[in-house]
Design a protein around this ligand. Structure first.
Ligand code: 5AD
Length: 345
């Protein structure tokens, strides 16, 4: 196992068989994996932890993803949609708090059409921050308008690369279309964040290895990986859910193979395990996305249980500094040092 970790740490490449071995490895080996991943993080992206302020603009969604608490068929939740003024005042507050990136995330809610989004993007851009959008699948023209208005990045997880499983879990959606969206966004000049869920029902170790290889095969700038946490008001309410260690392994191997990308310590990691965020930051992650949504709405944006209960900004900052890390001072874009090093060889 050690030779596989050393190879990944030095060459940033592994074949599928070795990835599967690492994913199945036991505690002693995983400790080595996490340490190697932490070293690669340090070498390629440094000690800065970049903070992104997350604003959850709407929990209205037309989709019916089997795992997600805000799926259209969940009649038991209160739906909300922030007004444009509320979004702009939250974004301004985020800017005043020192955030260099603001993430607008929401369900696929047609209320936020291209005109409203363009208006929001243009207004928020006046604060001199980077804007990340996470609003699901749209048309090329719509993405183009977001870009023209000034948006910088887009998050669209592939969720799983097992197409059969994808189609079981996402009624009326298409894996190919989701992948195409990622490529359209890249072509339009967005920085791209993708990622997947770990521990979905019927998801194999083999397919988790495929997920990691998929990230390597696309022009990725950020990878968000987190455990699936069953939500009581979804068809997967009695599923077992993702395992913290396995999610951490997927994340750590992703760091070894894509050494210079941004990797968040996801909220789902923190929800599943006390100190999960700190552990992730010490196993390859370099980004945190504190939730800035007002509490009354945050409670309603329940993709999975207890999502809203993760700690506040000053605690997060304090913990980062306690770890000997620093808070990112710039906008924290993907710095492609690995590609440059390869080219200079
Ligand atoms: N558990 C963990 N993550 C979830 N997401 C949605 N539902 C759940 C859940 N039950 C994730 C999806 C989506 C992101 C915004 O939240 O991966 O892309």
């Amino acid at each position: 196992m050690e030779s596989i970790i050393t190879k990944a740490e030095q060459e940033h490449t592994l074949d599928k068989e070795d990835i599967v071995k690492l994913l199945k490895s036991n505690t002693d080996d995983t400790e080595k994996l996490f340490k190697a991943s932490d070293r690669v993080r340090q070498k390629f992206v440094g000690d800065a932890v970049h903070l992104r302020g997350l604003i959850e603009i709407s929990n209205i969604c037309k989709n019916n993803c089997f795992y997600c608490g805000i799926r259209a068929e969940n009649k038991a939740i209160d739906r909300y949609r922030l007004s444009l003024e509320e979004i702009l005042s939250s974004a301004y507050r985020a800017y005043e708090m020192g955030f260099k990136t603001i993430v607008l995330q929401g369900g696929e809610d047609s209320f936020f059409d291209e005109d409203k989004m363009s208006y929001l993007i243009k207004e928020i851009k006046k604060f001199d921050v980077a804007i990340t959008l996470s609003l699901g699948e749209k048309s090329y023209d719509e993405y183009k308008k977001y870009k023209k208005a000034g948006a910088d990045r887009y998050l669209l997880r592939i969720e799983t690369t097992d197409k059969e499983l994808y189609h079981k879990l996402h009624p009326k959606m298409s894996w190919e279309n989701r992948k195409n969206c990622i490529f359209m966004l890249k072509e339009l000049g967005f920085e791209i964040g993708s990622g997947s869920l770990v521990g979905l029902p019927e998801q194999s170790i083999d397919s988790l290895a495929d997920d990691i290889l998929f990230y390597q095969s696309i022009p990725l700038d950020m990878a968000g990986i987190g455990p699936f946490i069953p939500h009581p008001q979804t068809p997967l309410n009695s599923a077992i859910g993702g395992d913290f260690e396995l999610s951490l392994k997927v994340m750590a191997i992703t760091r070894l193979l894509l050494p210079d990308i941004n990797i968040p310590a996801t909220t789902a990691m923190e929800t599943l395990r006390k100190e999960g965020r700190r552990i992730a930051l010490q196993s390859g992650a370099n980004v945190v996305m504190p939730n800035l949504t007002e509490l009354e709405y945050r409670k309603k944006y329940e993709l999975y249980p207890n999502k809203a209960n993760t700690d506040n900004l000053s605690d997060i900052k304090e913990k980062i500094l306690e770890m000997g890390r620093t808070i990112g001072k710039d906008i924290g874009s993907h710095k492609k040092s690995y590609e440059e090093r390869k080219e200079n060889k």
